[in-house]
Design a protein around this ligand. Structure first.
Ligand code: C5P
Length: 401
C-alpha cells in the first residue's frame, strides 16, 4: 500500500478533495490529510477523516504532544505529498520556504515528491507573482497538475479551476508507480505514437485557422500508455495541457508538421491518432501580414485539403504500426460514419464519440465512446477522459500481445 499525505488548503475546490480521497482509497492507497485553517472553512475534518479512515491533522501545536506524530515524521511517512487544492497563498509560501502552520511546515520538512493541484481565480493564477512562484517550484522538481480552464465559482472564465479528481488521481498513480514497475508493464519495450490537440493552419504569419480541441483525451491516452510501460512519442498541436508524466513530447502547429513528426517517429508498434487535425489549410498563406486596405473587399481564403495523417500512416507498408487507432468525432450518424472510417482509413480500432454541443464532451472532462473494430461495436459507459484512456491503453496492450 502506498501512502499519500494530502494537504487541503482553502478554496472552493476543497470539496473536490473528498472525491480525490475516495478515488485514492478505491485504488488501495492510504491517505492522511492535513487541513489548513482556511481549508477548514470549506470542508470539515470529520468528512476528511470519514473518507480517509485516518486521523486528520489541523494545527501545528497539537503535534508538540509526544504521543502525536511530529510534523517531520508526518512528512516523511508518506510516499507522496499532494496539495489539492493548492491556493496562490500556499504556493507562495512553498516558493518562499515559509513555515507558519502545519501544512507549510510539512512541505518544508518533506523529502518526498510533491504534487500540487493549483486552484484560484484566473487573475491570481495569471499574476506574475504566482507564475514566478510556479517557475521556482517547477525548477525544484515540484510536479503540477492543472489548473484547468473553464467557468469559475467567481463568475469569471479562464485557467484556475482545479483539475478534476480522476485526473489528479491518475497523476498520483503515475508518480507512485516506480520506474522499475513501469518497466515491467505490459507495454514495456513497445513504442507508441500518439497525436493530440488541434492543428493551427496559417493564414499569414499572425493569423491562423484552428478548432476547439483541448488535447485532454489525447494527452490522457499518452499518459496511460506510458503508465503501462510504453515508450510514448506524443505529437501535439498547440494546447495548454501540461505534458503527461514519462512521455516524450514533440510540439507542432500545422497538419503537415504533424505528419512529418509522425513519419520521423516511426517505426512504432502502435499509433493513436487523437488529434483534431484541420481538414483544410489556406492554399495561399501569405508570407507577410495581410493588410486591411480601407474600402477594399475582405480577402478570399482558398482552402485545399490537408494530408490525412491517420490514413497515410495506416496505409499498408513495411513501416505500418501493428495497431492503428483512429478517432471519429461526429454529430450525426455516429456508428455508420465510424464504421466507414475504420475501412476507409485502414485502422484497427476507431474510438467513436458524439461531440454534439449538448454532450459537453468537446473540451469537457468526460467522454462517452464506442470502440469499433472488425469484431464489432463495444459501447463504453460515460467515463472521465483519464478512465477512457486507461481502458484504451489496456486494449492496445492486449492487441499487441
Ligand atoms: O475523417 P476524420 O477527420 O473524421 O477522421 C478522424 C480521425 O482521423 C482522427 O483519428 C484524426 O486524428 C485523424 N485525422 C488525421 N489527419 C487528418 C484528418 C483526420 O490523422 N487530416
Amino acid at each position: 500500500m502506498k501512502r499519500v499525505l494530502l494537504i487541503v488548503s482553502g478554496g472552493i475546490a476543497a470539496f473536490k478533495a473528498l472525491e480525490l480521497i475516495r478515488l485514492l482509497r478505491k485504488a488501495g492507497h492510504g491517505v492522511t490529510c492535513v487541513l489548513t485553517d482556511n481549508g477548514g472553512q470549506f470542508v470539515t475534518p470529520l468528512s476528511l477523516q470519514a473518507l480517509s479512515e485516518n486521523k486528520v491533522y489541523t494545527a501545528l501545536f497539537s503535534l508538540t504532544d509526544e504521543s502525536e506524530m511530529g510534523h517531520i515524521q508526518l512528512s516523511r511517512a508518506a510516499d507522496l505529498v499532494v496539495v489539492a487544492p493548492a491556493t496562490a497563498n500556499i504556493l507562495a509560501k512553498m516558493a518562499a520556504g515559509l513555515a507558519d502552520d502545519l501544512a507549510s511546515t510539512v512541505l518544508l520538512a518533506t523529502d518526498k515528491p510533491v504534487l500540487v493541484a493549483p486552484a484560484m481565480n484566473v487573475r491570481m493564477w495569471l499574476h506574475p507573482a504566482t507564475q514566478a512562484n510556479m517557475a521556482t517550484l517547477a525548477a525544484r522538481g515540484v510536479r503540477v497538475i492543472g489548473p484547468d480552464e473553464g467557468a469559475m465559482a467567481c463568475n469569471e472564465f479562464g485557467p484556475g479551476r482545479m483539475s478534476e479528481p480522476p485526473a489528479i488521481a491518475a497523476a498520483i498513480e503515475a508518480l507512485l508507480t516506480p520506474p522499475a514497475e513501469r518497466l515491467a508493464g505490459p507495454l514495456s519495450g513497445r513504442h507508441v505514437i500518439v497525436t493530440s490537440g488541434p492543428t493551427h493552419e496559417p493564414i499569414d504569419p499572425v493569423r491562423y485557422i484552428a478548432n476547439r480541441s483541448s488535447g485532454r483525451q489525447g494527452h490522457a491516452i499518452a499518459g496511460a500508455l506510458a503508465a503501462l510501460g510504453a515508450r510514448v512519442t506524443l505529437i501535439s498541436g498547440p494546447v495548454s495541457m501540461p505534458d503527461p508524466a514519462g512521455v516524450s513530447v514533440t510540439r507542432v502547429e500545422s497538419a503537415r508538421e504533424m505528419l512529418a513528426a509522425c513519419q520521423a517517429a516511426l517505426p512504432a508498434d502502435a499509433a493513436v491518432f487523437a488529434a483534431a487535425v484541420a481538414d483544410w489549410r489556406v492554399a495561399n498563406a501569405a508570407e507577410g501580414k495581410i493588410k486591411k486596405q480601407p474600402g477594399a473587399a475582405a480577402p478570399a481564403l482558398a482552402l485545399i485539403p490537408n494530408p490525412d495523417i491517420l490514413a497515410t500512416i495506416a496505409a499498408a507498408g513495411p513501416n505500418r504500426p501493428r495497431l492503428v487507432v483512429g478517432f471519429a468525432a461526429e454529430t450525426d450518424d455516429l456508428l455508420a460514419n465510424a464504421q466507414a472510417k475504420l475501412v476507409r482509413k485502414n485502422a484497427d480500432f476507431i474510438v467513436a464519440n458524439d461531440v454534439s454541443p449538448e454532450t459537453g464532451i468537446m473540451g469537457g472532462a468526460e467522454n462517452a465512446v464506442h470502440l469499433i473494430s472488425a469484431a464489432g461495436v463495444e459501447t463504453w459507459p460515460r467515463l472521465a477522459k483519464e478512465a477512457v484512456a486507461a481502458r484504451l491503453a489496456a486494449r492496445i496492450a492486449e492487441g499487441l500481445t
